[in-house]
Design a protein around this ligand. Sequence first.
Ligand SMILES: Cc1cc2nc3c(=O)[nH]c(=O)nc-3n(C[C@H](O)[C@H](O)[C@H](O)COP(=O)(O)OP(=O)(O)OC[C@H]3O[C@@H](n4cnc5c(N)ncnc54)[C@H](O)[C@@H]3O)c2cc1C
Length: 694
Amino acid sequence: MTTNESSQTMKMLPGDEIRQIMWRYSDRYDIQMAVMGARSVARGLVARLVANGERNTHEWTEAKNDLYLAFDQAGITAAGLDMEFGGIIEGPRLLALSLLAFELAWVDGGAATTSLINNLALGPIVEKGTPEQREKYMRACLPVAPGEDRKVWRGAFALTEPLPYVGVDTGVLSGRVTVAEWKEGQEPMLQVEKRGRFLTNMAVANFVTAAVDSADPRIKSSCMVILEDTDEGLFDRGAPTLKMVHQLSNTQDPIFNLKVPANRIVGGYTVKDGVIVPNLTHSEIIEAVFARTRVTVGLMTAAKLLSAIEPVIRYQRGRFRGAAGIEAGSPRYDLGLQMKEDALQRLADVWATGEAAAALGFEATRLFDQFASVEQSAQKIFAERGIGGRALMKALRKPQADAVELLGLLKQPEASRDNARIEALKADPLVQYVWQSAIGNILCPACKLWDTGNGANMLREAVSLMGGYGITEDCPGFLFQKWTDSQLEATYEGPEVVQRRQISVTMNNEVFLAQVELWMAELNALAAVKPETGAAAISAGLGLWLWMRAFIESAKDANGRPLSQNTRHGVLFPMADAVSWLLAARSLLADVQELAVKGPEHPVVGSEIEGYVNTYTDLCHVQAARSAGEVGRICAELFYGYVVSADQTGEARAAFQKLHAALDESLVGSRLAKDRVAKALSTVMIPEALDYPQ
Ligand SMILES: Cc1cc2nc3c(=O)[nH]c(=O)nc-3n(C[C@H](O)[C@H](O)[C@H](O)COP(=O)(O)OP(=O)(O)OC[C@H]3O[C@@H](n4cnc5c(N)ncnc54)[C@H](O)[C@@H]3O)c2cc1C
């Protein structure tokens, strides 16, 4: 094994070319242009607003309101629309929208949210709306063309209600819909009563997609309805939320009591025996929407972590310059705080976290973009075969088994496996459907959970590296605001508990478990040829996690209570955390492997690629070891923590200890890798000043 000691390190922090390779959009000119547009707004208007102290109030000022126009002019608003309604991104667009949010969050998370919420409001309509709804509201949100005289609509999304109603648990809606009028042969008119708590964009929204339950026997179920600010009745925007974060977004507690036609029910309805039957309940719609939008929120925190690296380097290096007796060229002048190992290594941890968070998020966005057509094909098949409801579960049993078989075959050596069978299984749209959804159902909550929750903790580390400056308004890179903002990113669209709850269910899907085994096989193969990547640590972590998950299924605590009960958050939630750590490290490794393969042939960065790949490989190793260590700790606590004597663990103890010992050993070389990342951080070139106003 090499120690990589004398090899080149990264000379400059990664620019667009490197990112495009890692996040796989080198060939997407449309996305690249949109990213440039978002960057110009972020580092222009958004940075000026923050630097001018606009974040010091929760009031929605005129200066903040300029954000909407800037988003329109830069193409950010149009990126959320279908091409036929004036959009600019061809095909599925989660990757594109996430990159735009990433750019905005690089400077300010609130500004990113202001743009995102319009997409969240449109989300139910885009994902599940009728063709008429999709056309009407996407066209209404389209920015005006030069010379056109029209108001651009903004949207809000209304799920959360005043206490004691909807928050984490979205089932107990107090928002109500009843039939207001229903004249023979005409569209029924509905009365919608909904109060909202903490609704973003409410200062300006022209339409609101609101979740309500039926309070009328003539309406079958809950649904989402679209409300407009000119509808008959009360459209009270409510008081601003006195929030201390995301001040470049507006949040209010509105009250609605409006009469609207039934064709505002998102996804439409049918009438059966005199009863309005919404085609979709509110839960079905929010599930479809959040499955995608939560990834973007995770990526916002990732952006902030990565944005912290350059300001911290600059602060550390310049710390002692100008002091009497500190000569240019001396280590104290050139390196400043970077002479100290701890300052560099802590920064390495922040960096590795940011990279892994971004890698996990962008992998999830690519998966969901790919999944869009797979989902469509599957839904077509279900419709043709008349499969729905409970029958769906039954119909998916065979594709589930086929997907497990496929993953088992893919694990075997390429030369000896049954390739004809593999191709046949891969070509089955239902196999693709269960396969991709099994992964997506973990990657999305893992990204939201790990990127925002763990990201918030690591942003605190970044703030601490700035010393006293870190906790002032003047902190370069706005790190204090980025840290506190990340707590909101961890909260809205479902706090960490919601994500842990989802993972604790979806992690038991046999297709996902087969995928974990395939990942382990791939990681072991990589570790054999490139041990310096840390692949062995991720694989060992996954191995211990898999074993532990199976163990939990039948284990009981010292009081005879099963560990696998779904109410045992103390067991299942740490398992959700553990797998999220590993998935993030695995995604980073996959991106670095992509860079190693595609980078050398790149016309611009090809000649510098060795340094990038080396430092990134070391970062991977650092993150892999950190993640495996976390999994080791979690599993040991769960294994020994529920018995009163280690002897009570019985025969399982030897198996656990063997896997744990293997995991410990898989950390070899990881601290050497961290030393090299630290060295790279002390030599990497950065510009004289940040490229946005402070
Ligand atoms: C600035 C801001 C903007 C927002 N924008 C919007 C918006 O545009 N639209 C919208 O609809 N909502 C919005 N929200 C609301 C946000 O989504 C909710 O605050 C969030 O989902 C949590 O709900 P809650 O605050 O009621 O927390 P609660 O439901 O009270 O939960 C609080 C905590 O209790 C614990 N907990 C709760 N339930 C459980 C459980 N079942 N098991 C275990 N632990 C549990 C968890 O630790 C949880 O974090 C916004 C919020 C803020 C602060």
